[in-house]
Design a protein around this ligand. Sequence first.
Ligand code: CIR
Length: 261
Amino acid sequence: MPRIFDFTHAVLRRPGESAIKGLRADGGPDPTFAGVAAEHTAYAAALEAAGLELTLLDPLEDFPDALFVEDPALVFTAGAVLLNPGAPSRAGEAALLRPALEQHFGQVLALGDGHADGGDVLAMPDRVFIGLSARTDRIGAAALARLLDQFGQRAEVVETPPEVLHLKTACSLIDEETVLATRALAQSGIFSDYRVIEVPQAERGGANVLRVNKHLLVGATYPAIADLLANYGATVVQLENREIAKIDAGFTCMSLRWRAV
Ligand code: CIR
């Protein structure tokens, strides 16, 4: 029986040179393009090493944040969903993903109303959490819940802690029963049906990790998280993310992953 993190394929988009001007919440310095490109290449290699067949899309210079493909879209074995990203500068990204998704999925649904970012969506085996945030509003969350219903997925709309960009900035799936979560999310009670591993306060920026098959990708700057995750049936792979972190990158948002049947 395949598990929710057993994937066969992924779509990624290479960063353009404009990526150094990507959005960031804290107004910090630009990353270097060489650094962003190298970290993205290493991320792609890590997904291949985890067993995925990759489709690498060309950069979109007009959209600095287009490498973060899991914000304008979501994919499941049953089909894909094109979303309406909540940041105005990212509004055109979803339409530009459509051709690639239509090559892989028989069903490509589109969010009609409101705004929703894929970064606010955490899929667990029994339900899909949709976090309300500065990027995902109640109308978008409700519209997404209706589309997920068509894929046989039950949605649960939750509050995202105010200080984080996306729900998955603060939590990640580790295995089918376990989530990694910041203290704020762990204490919110939304994960009461799961085992929760609390992120150490000193490493709360590292809660976004990515489980793919037998591998768990963790930021190289978060050694305590890497240690905590050593015993969940996966090989922990530490990846450099210092440059892409300057534009608020997470590991989940840089690919769309699914299991083809
Ligand atoms: C943005 O602010 O939209 C990008 N600079 C970063 C998006 C990261 N996506 C994610 O956490 N899901």
